[in-house]
Design a protein around this ligand. Structure first.
Ligand code: FE2
Length: 369
């Protein structure tokens, strides 16, 4: 039985939103709006009766991004930011019934973080609960079927002027990747299987994901129909420190490494993002000579891919195009991926080596390799 079978109390409808806890949510919101083309959706803060925090909600396609910061020292949010820097606090999941989902999850061994709670305002009611996952990351379980407001009760519409720049075309969250400690990957795969009824989609060994210097292992769990895919990485032994070790060191433990976002036209999206000042990782130029060989029979605009640094990969079912942003903050922790899928269900495993060489080049520049 998969997680999406109607009888399953933990039937997940998809990712409701992703909340980052950051040092300065007002400025972060400006970065995601101006840089990544997100649109203002909702706001909550002192003006709406909150005394200790401010939250800015942005949207693009079906993606909802929430940026929250503490207004005071000594709060849970301030402590989280002090330890981790800007990072993902919550990968919130939409469920048909948050109380039933919470009960099922905790019965299956999940640690409860928030018992089912009803929040109301003039737009209706949202029932919410939350469980813990790796590190200090949580999964809220959100039932918003009885709600018509801009985000959650207590939030007001964030009215703003239209974006003067061309749209970026980000459509939906494709997958959210977690980094965990050495030896812990299987434990978290088992957690998602047991608690959420996920299954293992694919597994990458350290031999598949290794460069001359470092290695990592990765397993992907999913809900069975592609609405939720969670790759989990752990470091593996190499001659030098892997990028996962660098993450764990600077994040101060396990957490979200990257959020991959679907676009229908990655070339147009990357052009729009570059015009907005967003920077991407670059693989060595030799990559594109090999690519032309591998994609001889596919109608691809190879010149544009090379110009922009977009990567391509293929499997039995089709192909995909992808690119990785540079770090979204000073700590080498969280970044974003753009992905355009044409049938392929993979994660760009044919690009892992080229990509990791590029990542290690930046890691070396930081003095962390
Ligand atoms: Fe990815």
């Amino acid at each position: 039985m998969t997680a999406t079978t109607p009888q399953d109390p933990l039937a997940l409808l998809g990712i409701d939103h992703v909340e980052l806890w950051v040092g300065n949510a007002k400025q972060a919101a400006h970065f995601y709006r101006t840089g990544f083309g997100y649109t203002p959706v909702a706001y909550a803060g002192p003006e709406t009766g909150l005394r200790d925090r401010a939250s800015w909600v942005l949207g693009q396609g079906s993606i909802r991004l929430v940026l929250t910061s503490s207004l005071r020292p000594g709060t849970e949010i301030a402590d989280h930011v002090a330890r981790h820097g800007d990072g993902v606090h919550d990968i919130a999941l939409a469920v048909p019934d948050a109380a039933v989902a919470y009960e099922a999850a905790t019965e299956r061994g999940a640690t409860g973080v928030l018992e089912p709670t009803d929040d109301k305002d003039e737009h209706g009611i949202v029932r919410r609960a939350a469980i813990a996952t790796y590190g200090e990351t949580v999964h809220s379980l959100v039932d918003r079927s009885g709600y018509s407001g801009p985000f959650l009760p207590g939030f007001v519409e964030w009215a703003s002027v239209p974006d003067p720049l061309p749209p970026v075309g980000l459509e939906a969250i494709d997958h959210v990747v977690g980094n965990v400690e050495l030896g812990r990957m299987n434990q978290w795969v088992e957690f998602y299987e047991r608690v959420m009824g996920f299954t293992e989609l694919v597994h990458f060994s350290d031999e598949a994901i290794s460069t001359e210097y470092s290695a990592l292992m990765s397993k992907v769990v999913w809900d069975g129909d592609g609405r939720i895919k969670f790759p989990i990485n752990e470091p593996a032994e190499g001659k030098k420190r892997s990028q996962i070790d660098e993450y764990l060191d600077f994040y101060g433990g396990p957490g979200v490494q990257h959020i991959a976002i679907q676009t229908g036209d990655i070339v147009a999206s990357v052009r729009a993002l570059r015009a907005r000042g967003i920077e991407f990782m670059r693989v060595p130029d030799t990559y594109y000579a090999e690519l032309a060989d591998r994609f001889r029979d596919v109608d691809l605009d190879l010149d544009s891919l090379e110009e922009l640094g977009v990567l391509a990969d293929r499997d039995d079912e089709g192909y995909l195009l992808q690119i990785f942003s540079r770090m979204a903050q000073d700590r080498p922790t969280v970044f974003f991926e753009l992905i355009e899928r044409h049938g392929a269900r993979g994660f760009g495993e044919g690009n892992f080596k080229a990509l990791f060489v590029a990542l290690e080049r930046e890691q070396a520049l930081r003095g962390n390799l």
